[in-house]
Design a protein around this ligand. Structure first.
Ligand SMILES: [Zn+2]
Length: 62
């Protein structure tokens, strides 16, 4: 799960606002990085472990 650094809300990875940031070209291919932010206030979030043992692997696939 992720925790907002401003409002302290905790969210599952699929609840976060995602923004695709262009990072320039890398070896001839456009490179993008997904930034996650708080759906409530839009501030940065930090990863703070999974809710439970079953986890969510798909959040790294985007
Ligand atoms: Zn927030």
């Amino acid at each position: 799960m992720y925790r907002c650094l401003r409002c302290g809300g905790t969210y599952d990875s699929n609840e976060l606002t995602r923004t695709l940031q262009y990072r320039g070209e890398y070896q001839g291919t456009a490179a993008y990085e997904t930034e996650r932010s708080c759906p409530a206030c839009g501030y940065d979030v930090e990863y703070c472990g999974e809710w439970s043992d079953d986890g969510y692997d798909y959040d790294e696939l985007l």
